[in-house]
Design a protein around this ligand. Structure first.
Ligand SMILES: [Zn+2]
Length: 428
């Protein structure tokens, strides 16, 4: 058994180093590539994008990538601290000996997960603060006051407790009480929970953080309703969200299922785009629906989770899975929370290398949604809307191609516009 433990420590350490090096390599590629193209607007955009906004996008991209490297180094150190250096073991032993076990096996396990979540959250705080109040602020995107930020933090914590604690307790109970096939039951419950959140999010959770007002602009409403009817959608609800309260980044999305289905426009989007451009952006979102991208994504999530739960079901019975990650399994109490926690920490290392596949699929979906939008609205509107959005969000026009393959869920502007077939140099 000791041998397997050592082998697993080696596998884990190698994966950790490999991921660290790959991410470092990709980020440096991105930084170098963007810096090299900083002095000149790409020829295709020469007529539409100013040098100043091109350089702002370059600086924003480079700043975020550099900061990402710092986060990566810190996150890796923390992961090693939790696992090989014995952080989780220490926490677990302390809770096991604290007398909480007297309240049943569920209580110390929930305490372990809650304590872990709290400590991780605290360790992340400086990074979130710096990212919001230094980086986003410096580039003019942050609109949050510290008070609002703190309020968000407290609310997220409460929502996490109210929603998270019961589902985690239920899963732990299933792990401990339903026998060898527990992972199948747990998977079913987890999927049901995800669907429930999808239904509740737009109507219950999102309104805790933002105001949603029915779209009042009558002419825009008429336009949007006509577009939706043309595309075969019943417009259940058109809402404007006060996104400007937190950030200048603009967006629009389609959310919910059945009766809770709604279209949400960020107020920032309505301010930046003309009505025809808003139409084009909405047509793109409808394209995702027409091509069943959302259902496909949910189906992929179902399949991946099933594989994950099955793997966890097996790993949780292997002593080397714990000892190889620096944790002594409990001799008397249950190890379910430990297994769950270690699994969630380790899986991203191995799934990182299949993430380009998902990014590729997502970029393919974006092209399909663009094509649908062009068929339903004037293609020039989508082009000018995309240009404005890329520009207002300071997305670089010259990302590193390899970096794009790994990380980009949306194709770079140049690819999307050239796929639309029009010369990108002409002001639309
Ligand atoms: Zn899209």
């Amino acid at each position: 058994m000791a041998d397997y433990s050592l082998v697993f420590t080696l596998v884990f350490s190698s994966a950790l180093v490999l991921v660290l090096l790959t991410k470092f390599y990709l980020a440096s590629r991105q930084i170098r590539h963007v810096a090299r193209h900083r002095d000149q607007v790409p020829a295709a955009f020469a007529g539409t994008i100013s040098l100043a906004s091109h350089q702002k996008a370059a600086d924003y991209t480079i700043t975020k990538a550099r900061f990402g490297l710092l986060e990566l180094a810190f996150g890796t150190a923390v992961l090693v601290g939790w696992t090989l250096l014995g952080g989780i073991d220490l926490l677990n032993q302390a809770l096991m000996n604290s007398g909480l076990a007297a309240y049943g096996s569920l209580v110390p396990q929930l305490a372990l997960l809650a304590a872990f979540g709290l400590i991780s959250g605290l360790l992340d705080l400086p990074f979130t603060l710096y990212s919001t109040f230094r980086i986003e602020e410096r580039f003019g995107f942050n609109k949050m006051t510290f008070k609002l930020w703190l309020g968000d933090l407290v609310k997220s914590l409460l929502v996490g407790l109210v929603i998270g604690l019961p589902i985690v307790a239920l899963i732990l109970w299933i792990m401990g009480s339903t026998g060898a096939w527990w992972w199948l039951w747990a998977w079913g419950v987890w999927m049901g929970f995800n669907l429930l959140v999808l239904v509740l999010y737009p109507t219950v959770i999102a309104p805790l953080f933002n105001k949603f007002q029915p779209l009042e602009d009558e002419s825009l409403k008429a336009r949007v309703t006509a577009l939706m009817q043309r595309c075969g959608f019943a417009a259940k609800g058109l809402f404007v969200m006060d996104g400007s309260k937190r950030s200048a980044h603009a967006n629009a999305y389609f959310t919910g299922f059945g009766a809770s289905k709604r279209v949400v426009f960020f107020d920032t989007l309505l301010k930046q785009l003309s009505p025809a451009e808003v139409d084009a952006v909405l047509a793109h979102e409808l394209g995702h629906f027409k091509h069943k991208h959302i259902i496909k994504r949910i189906a992929a999530m179902f399949a991946m989770s099933l594989a994950g739960f099955a793997l966890l079901g097996w790993l949780s019975t292997q002593v080397w899975f714990y000892t190889g990650l620096g944790v002594r399994p409990n001799m008397t109490g249950s190890n379910d929370a430990l297994a769950l926690l270690l699994f969630l920490l380790v899986v991203p290392l191995f799934s990182f290398f299949i993430s380009p596949l998902f990014a590729l699929l997502s970029r393919k979906h974006e092209f399909e949604a663009d094509a649908y939008a062009i068929a339903q609205t004037d293609g020039r509107d989508l082009q000018s809307a995309l240009l404005k959005l890329y520009q207002d969000n300071a997305s670089t026009l010259t990302p590193d191609p390899v970096y794009v393959k790994f990380y980009y869920s949306h194709p770079p502007a140049s690819e999307r516009l050239s796929r639309m077939g029009a010369p990108t140099g002409t002001p639309a």
